[in-house]
Design a protein around this ligand. Sequence first.
Ligand code: ATP
Ligand code: MG
Length: 264
Amino acid sequence: MSESSYLDWNNSIEILNKAFDANLFVIIIGPKGTGKTSLVRDFARSKGIKLESINFSLRTRESHLVGTKTLTDGNVSFEEGILIKSMREGTMLYLDEINSAEADVLLRLDEALDDRRQIALKESTGEVVKAKEGWFVVATINPLTHSGTKELPPQLLSRFPVRISMEYPPEDIELEIIKKYVSGDFESELIQGIKLANTLRQAAAVEELFYSPSLRETIAFGKLLDKGVSAKEAATIVFGNVYTQWGNIEHQKVKDIITSMFGN
Ligand SMILES: Nc1ncnc2c1ncn2[C@@H]1O[C@H](COP(=O)(O)OP(=O)(O)OP(=O)(O)O)[C@@H](O)[C@H]1O
Ligand SMILES: [Mg+2]
């Protein structure tokens, strides 16, 4: 399935377009697997702009963003990081899961992302790099319940004044999305799978369960149906078995839900 089939169900592409035109940076907030990355990729493709991405983690260092000194044949040179390259070229910079990084790494972003859109390369020549016209930055953050995430420092958050909230789509929309990845005619089974996913999501939201399935799971469920797996078995494999991680009681709760929805 080609990635260009992103379904823009909550008008996010238009918001991105307006932000782009107004030279405002965007932050997308939402749980895993709600389409954040696919939205950004689709937008970059529709604009025909080059996309540079960095996925933040605790291991991300300032040097990844700004650059590092390298030594070749006795000569010290400076290899510029993704932030500087993107500013110089005026590409679109995608800062994925920005709230997984250490605060000191993020400090350097404050400078580049403020209204002057420039940064001093204090680690090499001290040159002030000014972003090329059209430079555009989009970041994502996962909600704070997501393990390993931290609150984004407010001054950094303020550099992304356009905020898009991504949630799991309504059932009819989720069905439409899944159908993009499934060729067989499994309408009623898919509807059941989505209902199951939503039951589990609601239970996880009130902390009755430890895990909330995403669109990745409902899509995988549909793909297994396509391969001839029965709905009950696909539901067990995709939605049920994962809960064994949290012990038998948790697993049994979900098994009972699956049986009540898909029969014995
Ligand atoms: N609106 C949509 N149209 C088409 N496909 C979608 C849509 N939303 C989500 N998907 C599909 O769902 C899956 C998960 O989406 P994606 O990776 O973009 O989510 P994400 O929010 O970036 O997740 P994470 O927070 O885990 O990185 C992908 O296969 C994606 O193509
Ligand atoms: Mg993503």
